[in-house]
Design a protein around this ligand. Structure first.
Ligand code: BMA
Length: 303
């Protein structure tokens, strides 16, 4: 069975030239549904290559209006002290609050950090939630067995790394960490990390992740999908060896970092579809769509 993902005909849905201000790159947005609209938290780099985060809202999930003002994002204590370059915000709605997990580069390496918001205007730091080197944290949208759950990606000194799952009673103290046992992937020999927030289906938690491998010229990024056990998400039920998206189009192959498709957010539509928002070549925002049940079927048949 082939990947059920279909690239949107309007791709890229947001390019630097569509932005309401001078923009070098706009990519890897977190995404959620907020007050009846699709919301993206865009990672925006300007020509000084400094990073800002801007919300963008849409009625149909395709045409977005970008807020020209960046969000006012508070720094967690460690970031204040050591300086922080934040990126790749993943948004989880849990018990009516929106939690934002992101990577934070500091003097001594990269940590995962978290903040929360009710309105995407005011954010309150939850804190630094890992030791270095760690990134690609995604928080599950509900507690499991009374605990918060997240997937993250500890990174080894040579830059490789793989997804782990860990648990917390309070979002601050995390432990009982276990690696997620996915197969050795022909397209994922270098590293992998969680992408979208896990989606609950009756066959398991559906997780869309990225993985990379070195080719003769570049480190290529791919998207893959897997199903995790509903009651014990440390158990990988199905993880196909086929990728679901590779960088093929010009908007995925040419840009700041070539041959990259990278998701930090997918949003269910009211008719059972899934909008998978992803960065193309670390330069622009793109959209791929599928029916959730088709992606689940892909995992069941190929896993
Ligand atoms: C990863 C992250 C992503 C980025 C990717 C490709 O390490 O930094 O934000 O999209 O590299 O450059």
């Amino acid at each position: 069975m082939k990947s059920p993902l279909i690239r949107h005909e309007k791709n890229p849905i947001i390019s630097p030239e569509d932005m309401p201000f001078e923009t070098y790159s706009v990519f890897n947005a977190g995404a959620t549904y907020f007050n009846g609209r699709f919301l993206m938290l865009l990672r925006v780099e300007k020509y000084d290559r400094k990073t800002y985060f801007h919300t963008a809202l849409s009625e149909d999930g395709v045409n977005f209006e970008v807020n020209p003002d960046p969000i006012n994002y508070p720094l967690a204590e460690l970031e204040k002290e050591w300086g922080g370059h934040r990126f790749d915000m993943r948004i989880t709605r849990l018990d009516g609050t929106y939690y934002v997990c992101h990577a934070s580069w500091m003097k001594f390496g990269c940590c995962s950090a978290m903040a929360k918001t009710d309105d995407f205007i005011n954010f309150e730091p939850v804190g630094s939630i890992s030791m270095p080197s760690n990134r690609n944290s995604v928080l599950f949208p509900e507690k499991i067995n009374g605990l918060y759950v997240r997937i993250d990606r500890p990174q080894s000194i040579n830059g490789s790394g793989s997804m782990w799952i860990n648990y917390s009673p309070d979002l601050i103290y995390w432990g009982n960490a276990k690696p997620l046992k996915i197969p050795v992937l022909g397209w994922g020999g270098r590293k992998n990390g969680a992408g979208a927030i896990p989606i609950k289906t009756n066959k398991g938690w559906l997780e869309i992740y990225h993985a990379t491998c070195h080719t003769a010229s570049t480190e290529n990024y791919y998207l893959g999908a897997m199903l995790l056990d509903l009651k014990d998400p440390s158990i990988v039920l199905k993880a196909p060896e086929k990728f679901i998206l590779a960088a093929e189009k010009n908007y995925e192959c040419i840009g700041q970092v070539p041959n990259v498709v990278f998701t930090a957010g997918a949003v269910e539509t009211t008719d059972g579809k899934l909008n998978i928002y992803y960065g193309g070549a670390d330069t622009r925002m793109c959209l791929a769509q599928t029916a959730i049940e088709d992606l689940v079927e892909f995992c069941l048949r190929n896993g």
